[in-house]
Write a protein that binds this ligand. Structure first.
Ligand code: APR
Length: 223
């Protein structure tokens, strides 16, 4: 079966990485306009680097959980699996998932806003860091901010439209274009989440509960 999976922050919540919109979530602690927009970065790059440095440190201390591991095992099995994530953490990789499509970028990568060069980010980044390619002091996390276009959208739309099964895991479906991908699905659709998302009605089937319990059980049934 061709299975296309989209994950969100909920899949990493039980690894200790905060989600965005839940109680105590990142966007209840920080103003996203200050730390997750190009305008915020232009206004105060040090504030933005501090925010992502803290998330990078948190991610480096975290470990993949049973949901990440079950998805990696599924991809290693007989099904043709495409794994797309909105998450910028590297827990899918560390769980052994090959070829994860990061539509919102990667916390562990850096980007030069001047020449577009990309490289592995140091744990701590600062506005003084020169670009290794052009030496400009315009380095930023390689993360897609609000108002910017997500990466790999053509491949993502293709993978969703041609799937026999499209599954969204651990996302509130509040942010587009990710939240609209279910509309492109021509096969079966399944939502796995702690609770119904904002687009729950668009899915054929639902499974609710913590990702570390529901995802391994679902994968075991499939395998
Ligand atoms: N297991 C399963 N689902 C969970 C768990 C869990 N343990 N904990 C939380 N959830 C669910 C919540 O119910 C919520 O629906 O995960 C979802 C997290 O939603 P958000 O915090 O909105 O995160 P996400 O949907 O990934 O955000 C999308 O928004 O802020 C931007 O770019 C950022 O990629 C992010 C995008």
């Amino acid at each position: 079966m061709k299975i296309t999976i989209l994950t969100g922050a909920g899949v990493s919540a039980e690894s200790g990485l905060g989600t965005f919109r839940d109680a105590g979530g990142l966007w209840t602690q920080y103003d996203l306009n200050d730390v997750a927009t190009p305008e915020g970065f232009a206004r105060n790059p040090a504030l933005v680097h501090d925010f992502y440095n803290a998330r990078r440190a948190n991610c480096a201390e975290a470990s993949p959980n049973a949901a990440h591991e079950a998805l990696a095992a599924l991809a290693a099995g007989a099904h043709d699996v495409t794994l797309i994530t909105q998450n910028i953490d590297d827990l899918h990789h560390r769980a052994g998932s090959p070829d994860v499509i990061h539509m919102h970028g990667e916390l562990m990568r850096a980007l030069c806003a001047q020449c577009d060069a990309r490289w592995d980010a140091p744990l701590v980044m600062s506005p003084q860091d020169p670009c290794p390619a052009c030496s400009a002091k315009a380095t930023r996390p390689d993360v897609v901010w609000f108002g910017e276009i997500p990466y790999h959208m053509d491949a993502i739309a293709q993978a969703v439209a041609t799937a026999d099964l499209f599954v969204a895991i651990g996302t509130s479906a509040e942010v587009y274009p990710a939240a609209g991908l279910v509309e492109l699905a021509q096969g079966q659709t399944l939502e796995i989440n702690l609770e119904p998302s904002a687009r729950a009605n668009a899915f054929d089937a639902h499974r609710f509960g913590p990702a570390t319990q529901v995802v391994p059980a679902w994968v075991a049934e499939l395998r």
